[in-house]
Design a protein around this ligand. Sequence first.
Ligand code: ADP
Ligand code: MG
Length: 566
Amino acid sequence: MPIKLLDKATIARIAAGEVIERPSSVVKELLENSLDAGAKRVDVVIREGGIGYIEVSDDGCGIVFSEVLLAFERHATSKLSSFEDIYAISSLGFRGEALPSIAAVADLEMLTAARTEESGTYLSLSGGEMVKHTRMARSPGTTIKLTRLFSRVPARLKFLKTPQHEASKVSEVVLSYALAYPEVKFTLSIDGRNTLNTPGNGKLRDAVLEIYGNDVASKMLDLETDSYRSSAINISGLVSPPEISRSNRNSLHFFVNRRLIQSRALQKAVEQAYSGLLMVGRYPLGVINICLDGALVDVNIHPTKAEVKFSDESAVFTSVQRAVRSALVEKPPTPHIAEEAPVYRQESARQEPIWGETPKPAGTVQQYFSPVIQSAKTSVLPLLRLVGQIGGLYLLAEGPDGLYIIDQHAAHERIRYEEIASQTPSENARQSLLAPFILELNPVQEAMIEKCKSELDLMGFEIEEFGRRVYRVQSIPAGFTAPQAKALLSELVDNPKDAPAEIKERLQRLMACHTAVRAGQVLNEAEMRELLLKLEKTAVPGHCPHGRPTIVKIDFSQLEKDFKRT
Ligand code: ADP
Ligand code: MG
């Protein structure tokens, strides 16, 4: 093929690929423009995850008639005049790429009015080509409406996930900026539902209240830069006390000079500050604002500006870590352990078995040392003789070929999982709660609950909408306690990435995990025997539903060798 220059539309679509990946990237760019325009109010409307429709309107400075077309030219910006300005930049945008990129991959309408002009301007573009450009009335500010996103770039369209998934990504962007700019009022409507409405009163805690609910907002700890250090790096914001945590990292938001950024290293710095305070697999919530001289940070290393480079990385990480740690240490909160696992302990104290009809053992030495597992035909485990429990974590048992060490939580998880998976939906007994409990959700979590509602109902969870982003749990599966059900639902809504087909499987695993005996629970002898017996009857006794081993074996032959070694 001969070498030739690409046409303008093709160049624009290729370039757009760098900045505009999915609906949430469009919303991010438009929000940043509104904030740069000094808006005090930004309203976002999306339909079908943004694929069908996106609208962002603001009350910012607007664009004058004579510059409206220019704004859609590549590399046209009002925010930068020379390269050096980048190092002192206070605006979020500066590349002059967003509007032309968005216009290249959608049909776009803009209605804008500058504070300095009498009337406003209307412009419509289709695939980057001008359709209409005329004067039209509007109060100061800008509205941009998009339809047919990516319809000319089918490859992009294919790469998108479900509308719900895309909507939750948009939510994440909007709520992140709502946290970064508490002085701006943000609203978000998804398919006609108002899912976010921040007060815009300048108080971060009030923005947190709107997004994460009252319980979280009232308990978050203030972050302040260590006052003993005269530092050029200022840290402010809020972080969660250890009793509030999430099962994913989505609720930790970092802003550098008010720019939303992603950083694995900062994430790590914060997680380290929590070390010893959070359980494995649990992550804190937080809004962490890092303010430093613009000359000490390079924002121009990534087309979407999602990553930044600090001239002194370790100084920034240390400052963040110290600020978080001192917030945690200064006001040491009392963990809510009692909510987590009281039920089994009580039952254990009453010496009642947790698995139904198990006969109580006499507890004599004789019985303790007799074989407890009768071999079944289907068995993949050999005949085991219970020896006892160690550390409140593991059961020890003797088999014909060695010592078996069984992780009690993982083993019980396997048992529960198979029990739950073998039940038909009609068998899933439910229990009505005398005191229904409430879930306060953020928009992303709400989308997840909506997605899982029918599966949850089949499993015995009756959940009804009780207010805006507030749900009431009326009944839960039989065998659950309310705190167990609450913990399960919190974990479920915190992982919004599942495809619909995975939801059932995931729910079963969560139900198994949350009703299994926990690490650290002391088991009585009958309970230990029952556990071994039931484990032996499972289809896959060697692994928990997450794939981790339930049993570790030490062979007698290995022991013999070890003892003979001189
Ligand atoms: P950048 O933000 O990098 O300057 P954009 O392509 O996003 O580039 O926008 C181009 C220009 O259009 C901006 O520099 C700004 O002057 C103007 N503009 C875009 N959106 C708005 C808005 N919502 N309000 C006022 N001006 C805007
Ligand atoms: Mg911009």
